[in-house]
Design a protein. Structure first.
Length: 141
């Protein structure tokens, strides 16, 4: 199935850039590339991470919870892709694994994994925006 998809999809330079991230292979790179579209439509990496459902949706005022925003805003396929990338990144990147272990000491496993997905989403935004490959030092320092 992957071979057929690779034959159908027009490979652009962003595809190869996304594959430089540890944990992102052909399928995840395709999903991120196709679901993102033109990266210029996002004003900042925070907007991109929000569209990828990698940030919490809640309203706070004066330190008090005032309600919840729509949790279903954004792209569910990008949310899936970055969580999968985080799962694989924990296995194959020692710096990501160290970041994940540090976060699990502060909070639960799901929130720590989501924090890693958020970091990867921000890194992918800058990679696609600047056309540079993944830099582990820049992401996890």
């Amino acid at each position: 199935m992957e071979k057929v998809i690779l034959q159908q999809v027009e490979i652009i330079p962003r595809f190869e850039l996304l594959k430089t991230v540890p944990g992102i292979g052909d399928v995840l790179a395709e999903a991120i590339m196709l679901e993102t579209g033109d990266i210029k439509r996002f004003k900042s990496p925070g907007n991109f991470a929000s569209y990828c459902r990698c940030v919490e949706s809640k309203r706070m005022s004066n330190g008090k919870k005032k309600g919840q925003n729509n949790k279903r805003n954004g792209n569910k396929y990008l949310a899936w892709a970055f969580i999968e990338a985080a799962n694989f990144c924990i296995r194959y990147c020692p710096q990501a694994n160290q970041f994940y272990k540090r976060k699990t000491k502060q909070t639960n496993l799901i929130v720590a994994r989501k924090a890693l997905a958020h970091k990867l989403a921000r890194a992918c935004y800058w990679m696609m925006k600047r056309g540079e490959p993944f830099d582990v030092q820049r992401t996890f320092s």
